[in-house]
Design a protein around this ligand. Structure first.
Ligand code: UDP
Length: 358
């Protein structure tokens, strides 16, 4: 009898044990979410940043968006402004940022990223890249937060190796018009490396290759925005140089998935990790595709190639594939179909491909 009772209690305990362990597991999961629910995004009103803020909110995070609005645009985040889970702070990260809130993750995206825009005020671009990164690293230590740096394919300069793996050290001019960005971003990587080694900062570095999609600034001077806008307006597409230089174009949603996968990866996955679409296009081939997709009758004009314009750019993404199980899913043709209507709306035009469908 006693044995049975003991056994019964034993069953009871093991039953209770299962329930308790399940409850603990659930609590641990909730705890884990609670632990990392406040995310600060610098450059959150920019092209990439606004998509990232949106995706983080969809995931249930509270997002603090910091942007100087130098190249960021309020229209990119207008639809988020009334959400309780979204807070906007207008601030330039070259200045110290005091943030009373708990913060668990920082995505440091703030910096003009198109050559036309970052060359407008190169000293400020350099300060944003370096002093801005430093300020965010200090904040990450203060908050014990993970911090992801938006680095760039520009750290490879005009590469002599193609595709570019993370182990390639690059071919960068330290004394030219692009240097403020290329060298600034390289210096930021160094700071991230040293803050991890000296102070234990929880760093992550993504080297972002050319990215496109809705919310690009139609006037940022980049090849995708220029070509689509020119094609929609019936103006000649401006090809710099011979148009034989190459780039590899990643759709914004894919890129954002990659950034989030890197942030979520274990702490020892620090990068730098290349993120981009490895399908390589000549600028000329992109022009042809844009003309086809928009149904435009625009011609092409050849213009002077900007100084230090890289001849080839194509990411080797084997590390991202192996470690993060990430790769872009959107072919350029499909990404353009999603992007062209956005530019048409920005220009106040009816979109020709839509007209064909309806
Ligand atoms: N480009 C071009 N026509 C344009 C804008 C850019 O031929 O109207 C070229 C530019 O010279 C470069 C490539 O397209 O070779 C990509 O330029 P973008 O400014 O988009 O970015 P980058 O990769 O140079 O940072």
């Amino acid at each position: 009898m006693i044995t049975c009772y003991t056994r019964y209690i034993g069953y009871e305990f093991s039953f209770l044990g299962i329930i308790l362990s399940e409850l603990y597991a659930r609590e641990a999961k909730v705890g884990l979410q609670m632990e990392r629910q406040f995310t600060l995004v610098t450059g959150g009103a920019g092209f990439l940043g606004s998509h990232l803020c949106e995706r983080l909110i969809e995931r249930g995070r509270h997002v603090i968006c910091v942007d100087s609005l130098i190249t960021g645009r309020m229209e990119n985040i207008a639809h988020l402004m009334n959400l309780k889970s979204f807070q906007f702070i207008q601030h330039d990260i070259i200045e110290h940022l005091t943030c009373p809130s708990q913060i668990d993750e920082i995505y440091n995206l703030a910096c003009p990223a198109s050559p036309v825009k970052y060359e407008l005020d190169p000293v400020h671009t350099f300060k944003t890249s370096v002093i801005g990164a430093l300020n965010m690293l200090v904040l990450s230590l203060e908050k014990n937060a993970r911090i992801l740096q938006a680095s760039t394919s520009e750290v490879y300069g005009d590469p002599r190796v193609s595709p570019q793996p993370e182990t390639y050290w690059g071919n960068v001019n330290p004394f030219g018009p692009r240097s403020c960005y290329d060298v600034g971003k390289r210096a930021a990587e160094t700071l991230f490396h040293d803050y991890r080694d000296q102070y234990g900062a929880k760093i992550k570095i993504a080297r972002i290759f050319n990215t496109y999609g809705p919310r690009m600034d139609p006037e940022d001077g980049r090849v995708v925005s220029n070509f689509v806008v020119q094609a929609l307006l019936g103006k000649d597409l401006t090809l710099y140089g011979t148009g034989e230089q190459t780039r590899s174009f990643c759709y914004v949603d894919d890129l954002v998935s990659g950034l989030m996968a890197l942030m979520d990866a274990p702490l020892d996955v620090t990068g730098p990790i290349n993120m981009g679409n490895p399908v390589e296009f000549t600028v000329r081939a992109l022009a042809d595709l844009v003309l086809e997709k928009t149904g435009s009758k625009s011609g092409m004009t050849f213009k002077h190639l900007p100084e230090d314009d890289p001849k080839r750019r194509k990411p080797d993404i084997s590390v991202a594939k192996d470690v993060l199980h990430w790769q872009p899913l959107t072919p350029v043709s499909e990404g353009l179909d999603k992007t062209i209507p956005y530019f048409a709306a920005q220009l106040g035009l009816e979109q020709k491909t839509d007209q064909k469908v309806s």
